[in-house]
Design a protein around this ligand. Structure first.
Ligand code: FES
Length: 352
């Protein structure tokens, strides 16, 4: 590969008309023959030292801009107090510190990126070369050599003979990774069975998450998607977020004939099915329902579940169907649960 400083050499070697650098363009009648590299096209900077100098100055200017951006970043960090708000068109009122740090960091990174790209495109060698591949494995002689050395090394180290050292060393090497595992305990309390149980229990009424009223079968029309929570769970509760993150439900009414999964049909009430709203990938709340196909989509990573087929995963990274809640109606005509979910909701790393 030619160096940046070799512009003169390159221009001296320039052919008058056609030039295929490294290999000629193959002229052959075989339509499948390797055509080789196309003729190398020299850039202006390769043949004109003044153009090369100009590119050099542009690259240096971009790197200098980056340096100024970094200095400005540090200055802004020192100058602006955390609570200073300024009006900046078209963003409105923004934190002066955040805005200035973002802007100066962007200039610093952009300067480096743009400088590197311009350098590579205009001054670094762009000559196409073919790199021949050779066999990567060693020949038999080399392998025999290495094997002999390995055996001799093992013999000389006394690894086989000095059993006390060997066994204690193996013990030490086996135990030392435990220190890394033990400190994982500091990540927080173990979930124990908290992920396995939710607030749903036999006889708990399904309450509309928006209206806070008990849900009745006649409230659920075919094609609609309703979100529900267990009765007694109020936003004012201290553990509301923890409980709703496990108990949130999606309620959909399907035509009974559209339900393909037998257990799903048995756990439904007149075609009304209740599934966990928590995605089994990493636990985002699912919210997009396509009524023609009965598919629900998780907006986080596009996992898609078929609500007419046991909420089976039909696309995306989720590993399990959405858990279904068995429901019925009580004497007052309200939808109620017939128990808790049969399997843990959400990603459920611990149980599966
Ligand atoms: S959390 Fe739903 S697809 Fe990732």
């Amino acid at each position: 590969m030619s160096e940046t400083g070799s512009h003169k050499d390159v221009s001296e070697n320039l052919p008058s008309e056609h030039h295929a650098h490294g290999s000629e363009v193959a002229v052959t009648e075989d339509p499948f023959a390797n055509p080789g590299h196309p003729a190398h096209e020299y850039r202006r900077q390769d043949i004109d030292e003044r153009a090369a100098k100009h590119s050099e100055r542009v690259v240096a200017g971009l790197f200098t801009l980056s340096m100024l951006g970094t200095i400005a970043f540090i200055a802004c960090f020192v100058i602006f107090p955390v609570d200073k708000i300024v009006f900046i068109f078209p963003f409105g009122n923004v934190s002066a510190l955040n805005f200035s740090l973002g802007l100066t960091l962007a200039v610093a990174l952009l300067g480096i990126g743009a400088g590197a790209v311009h350098w590579a495109r205009t001054l670094m060698s762009d000559e196409e070369i073919a790199d021949e591949r050779h066999r990567a494995d060693a020949d038999d002689e080399l392998r025999a050599n290495v094997e002999a050395q390995w055996i001799q090394g093992a013999k000389e180290s006394g690894f086989g003979r000095r059993k006390l050292i060997r066994n204690t060393m193996l013990g030490a090497l086996t135990l030392v990774p435990l220190s890394g595992l033990v400190i994982l305990r500091d990540l927080g309390p173990l979930p124990e069975d908290k992920l396995r149980h939710t607030m749903w229990a036999k006889g708990k009424t399904l309450v509309n998450m928006n209206t806070n009223k008990p849900l009745r079968p006649e409230d659920i029309v075919v094609g609609s998607l309703t979100f529900a929570k267990p009765e007694g769970l109020e936003e004012s509760q201290e553990d509301f977020q923890e409980q709703i993150a496990k108990a949130a439900l999606m309620i959909v009414r399907l035509k009974p004939d559209d339900i393909k999964d037998k257990q799903e049909a048995d756990w439904a009430h007149e075609g009304i099915v209740a599934f966990s709203k928590i995605c089994t990938h990493v636990g985002c709340p699912i919210s997009l329902y396509e009524q023609q196909t009965h598919h629900v989509l998780c907006p986080c990573h596009q996992s898609t579940f078929d609500l007419s087929d046991g909420a089976r995963v039909i696309f995306g990274p989720a590993g399990h169907p959405l858990p279904q809640l068995r429901i019925s109606v009580n004497g007052e005509g309200n939808l109620v649960a017939l128990g808790d979910f049969a399997v843990p909701v959400g990603p459920a790393f611990w149980e599966r």
